[in-house]
Design a protein around this ligand. Structure first.
Ligand SMILES: Nc1ncnc2c1ncn2[C@@H]1O[C@H](COP(=O)(O)OP(=O)(O)OP(=O)(O)O)[C@@H](O)[C@H]1O
Length: 303
């Protein structure tokens, strides 16, 4: 089921058209990436979803209703803006307890969230004394207060060093798994979105160029899929994979790593196979068939 639906949405700010006749849907429980260059219209789309802005033209619904008119809808969405403003003098605990009271979230739920987001050790620390990575954790915690069904994160890893970026991405993956919350994430850093998202909306110059599940988009744009697979039983895995007609190449990289090329149209079957082989497959990632390639085909060819 689609939780977000844009239908011919235009958003104009005086002389600027930030979004032009945008139509797309976002499925439930996915992690959706909003991809596009600076000024493409990603933040505007997010603000429309949050009900902060009203479209100039067209319709949009979130959970089947208009987020601008319906407060009930807005309450089901958590938001972390790109440049949040926090009371820097306040300890983390005081800040979160204050917000929890406002949103009528009980102490037990707050404690659970604090543990999940990894803030227990810094509860007494003033927000202004936290590292950037921890400030982002505070932002993620505040956006999750009240148990939203949809979490909207505008550039959650901007201005972070690579190690903190990795931590935040791992945290988002964990939250998605534990809380089963749908997420929309925008970022300029394409490879990192590829790691967390299964669905993409490509935006450029206010226009939605394409959207859909990554597997389907790879197939559509005929981007070859090459995976690196980590395994605890390389020989068994290689034997199983070689027999599949849609697997074009199986190559040993070292004693626990295989490189595998898959025909784009069988990408989904392949993903299913990997989860069936969960006992011997310990991890996998894309090597080529990157979101960068796809981005180049969809957005790059227009710029
Ligand atoms: N409140 C506003 N008033 C006037 N113009 C605006 C406003 N908000 C956004 N814009 C313009 O709309 C266009 C789209 O902006 P938006 O912030 O949605 O892009 P973005 O894809 O999020 O970019 P970035 O990655 O730089 O944040 C830009 O040209 C921007 O300058």
């Amino acid at each position: 089921m689609a939780i977000v639906e844009f239908s011919g949405v235009t958003k104009r700010f005086r002389n600027t058209v930030a979004l032009r006749e945008a139509s797309f849907t976002i499925p439930e429980r996915s992690i959706t990436a909003f991809l596009g260059p600076n000024g493409a219209g990603k933040t505007t789309s997010m603000k429309l979803i949050m009900g902060f802005l009203r479209p100039t033209k067209g319709n949009l619904t979130v959970f089947g209703e208009d987020p601008f008119r319906r407060e009930e809808v807005r309450k089901r969405i958590g938001f972390m803006p790109e440049k949040p403003v926090y009371p820097m003098d306040l300890p983390v605990e005081d800040f979160l307890e204050h917000l929890a009271r406002l949103r009528k979230v009980g102490k037990t739920d707050l404690n659970r969230l604090v543990r999940l987001v990894g803030l227990e050790k810094v509860l007494d620390t003033k927000i202004g004394e936290l590292s950037r990575g921890y400030i982002q954790r505070v932002g993620i915690a505040q956006s999750l207060l009240g148990d939203p069904e949809l979490l909207v994160l505008d550039e959650p890893t901007a201005n972070l060093d690579p190690a903190s970026r990795r931590e935040i991405l791992e945290l988002l993956k964990l939250l998605h798994k534990e809380l089963r919350v749908s997420m929309i994430i925008s970022s300029h850093i394409i490879p990192e979105l590829q790691e967390v998202s299964s669905y993409c909306v490509f935006i450029d110059k206010g226009m939605v160029l394409d959207y859909g599940y990554l597997g389907d988009l790879w197939k559509k744009y005929m981007t070859e899929a090459v995976f690196t697979i980590e395994t605890r039983d390389i020989n068994t895995l290689a034997r199983i994979l070689i027999e599949k007609p849609y697997i074009k190449l199986v190559k040993k990289v070292d004693k626990s790593l295989l490189e595998v090329a898959v025909e784009p149209e069988y990408y989904k079957s392949f993903e299913g196979l990997l989860s069936e082989l969960g006992q011997i497959v310990t991890g996998f990632s894309f090597k080529t068939a990157s979101l960068g390639d796809l981005y180049g085909k969809i957005v790059g060819s227009r710029s």
